[in-house]
Structures are given as structure tokens and as C-alpha cells.
Design a protein around this ligand. Structure first.
Ligand SMILES: [Fe+2]
Length: 135
């Protein structure tokens, strides 16, 4: 997979959440490094675990703000987060069991889901968050 590069258009207008999205992109790029998979497959499993832990905390923060600000898209957004967590749990388990066989599917999902989610779903909460004083 080519390296994911942060672009200004990914900004959701809230510094704290942008920084978290940048860290998630860094995680994905660590995983995009296929040399690592070849040389240290166990390291890939550890990075995946750390990424999932990080993402769970990140989703919880977004959801907390959505609830606090009575965001109208909360339910739709929650569904997307749940779907992600379920999909990544399945793919990670397959990856641990079969190593490189599902690696491409897993990485395809991660790369595509995050850029799409930030641009299509997360950016929709910008106005509500900004109107409530988050910057
Ligand atoms: Fe989100």
C-alpha cells in the first residue's frame, strides 16, 4: 500500500481530533510497511493491537462530544464505529491465524475506511463541535 499522507482537507476543525487522526494514519503507515511484515510478523500483530486500543479511545471521545452537543448524526455515526470495530476484530483474528493471507484485505480496509470516514462522516460533526466551542 502507498503511504497515507495527511492532507488539509482531512481536518475536522478540532485540533485534538485532527492530532488523533494523524496518529491513526501513522499507525496505518507502520502497517503499510510490508518489509516489517516479512521480517517481523509478530510486530504487525502488536501494532494492530495498539491501533485498536487507540481507536477505541478515539471513538469514545468523538462519541462523548456528540452526546454532549446533542449531535443529530450521533446514531448513524455510532453504527459506523461499531461496524469498524466488528470488522477489524474479524480481520485481525484472521490475520493472527493466517498471517499474510488476509494482510491485503486488512490493509485495504484500514486505508480505505479511515480516509473515507474522516472525509464523509467525521467532517459532518465539525460545525456542531465548532459551534459548541471546540477548536
Ligand atoms: Fe468517527
Amino acid at each position: 500500500m502507498p503511504e497515507l499522507v495527511w492532507r488539509d482537507e482531512y481536518s475536522v476543525g478540532v485540533k485534538e481530533l485532527d492530532v488523533q487522526h494523524q496518529i491513526i494514519i501513522q499507525f496505518i503507515n507502520e502497517l503499510n510497511d510490508t518489509e516489517r511484515l516479512r521480517n517481523a510478523p509478530d510486530e504487525v500483530d502488536r501494532i494492530l493491537d495498539r491501533l485498536t486500543e487507540y481507536v477505541i479511545t478515539h471513538f469514545a471521545l468523538e462519541e462523548e462530544y456528540m452526546e454532549r452537543f446533542d449531535y443529530e448524526g450521533l446514531e448513524d455515526h455510532l453504527e459506523k464505529h461499531i461496524h469498524y470495530i466488528e470488522t477489524i476484530a474479524d480481520l485481525t483474528q484472521d490475520q493472527v491465524d493466517q498471517k499474510d493471507k488476509v494482510y491485503e484485505e486488512l490493509m485495504g480496509f484500514l486505508n480505505q475506511w479511515w480516509t473515507n470516514h474522516i472525509l464523509k462522516a467525521d467532517k459532518k460533526y465539525s460545525k456542531t463541535f465548532n459551534d459548541n466551542g471546540l477548536r
